[in-house]
Design a protein around this ligand. Structure first.
Ligand code: ZN
Ligand code: ZN
Length: 154
């Protein structure tokens, strides 16, 4: 399982391999030491049961989507489409635009899911069994506030 931890101090993102996770990682941005408590299930890529950073057990699942990639497809489609439109071939122009939107949908649909920790926003990518529910705003508000208090941000 691959972890992407979020530094509590500077919000820097730290990639860590769960199978070879050290006991502490040092943030490359602010040099803060972050202790890790990696559970056996996380280490073995079996299940995300406990977050190694905040030790919480509340996660949600979301699509592993890179917004930049989606935007690139749409922008490229729009540019090509504008070219056809300029030469009076509007039907092809609309076709290209529709195709770009379709490609975007397919890319989005094929992406895997990842689990995210409600409290500290650590991300978990791997072959593990998905058990987390989808995002719930109310839960997120409560747990983020709890974590912010714990790390002294509020
Ligand atoms: Zn940091
Ligand atoms: Zn966490």
């Amino acid at each position: 399982m691959k972890l992407t931890l979020v530094c509590p101090d500077c919000a820097g993102r730290l990639p860590v391999d769960a199978a070879a996770a050290p006991e502490t990682v040092r943030c490359g941005g602010c040099r803060r030491e972050i202790p890790l408590a990696v559970s056996d299930n996380v280490r073995d890529d079996a299940e995300v049961d406990r977050c190694p950073v905040c030790e919480g057990s509340d996660f949600y699942i979301r699509k592993d989507f890179d917004p930049k990639l989606g935007l690139a497809v749409i922008v490229t489609g729009a540019l090509i489409s504008a070219g056809f439109y300029w030469f009076g071939m509007d039907l092809i122009a609309y076709g290209v635009l529709g195709l770009a939107a379709l490609v975007d949908l397919i890319v989005y649909g094929r992406l895997g899911d990842l689990s995210v920790c409600y409290r500290c926003h650590a991300e978990f990518r791997g072959e593990y069994r998905r058990t987390a529910p989808i995002f719930d705003l109310h839960t997120a508000d409560e747990l983020e506030l709890e974590w912010a208090r714990r790390i002294g941000k509020r």
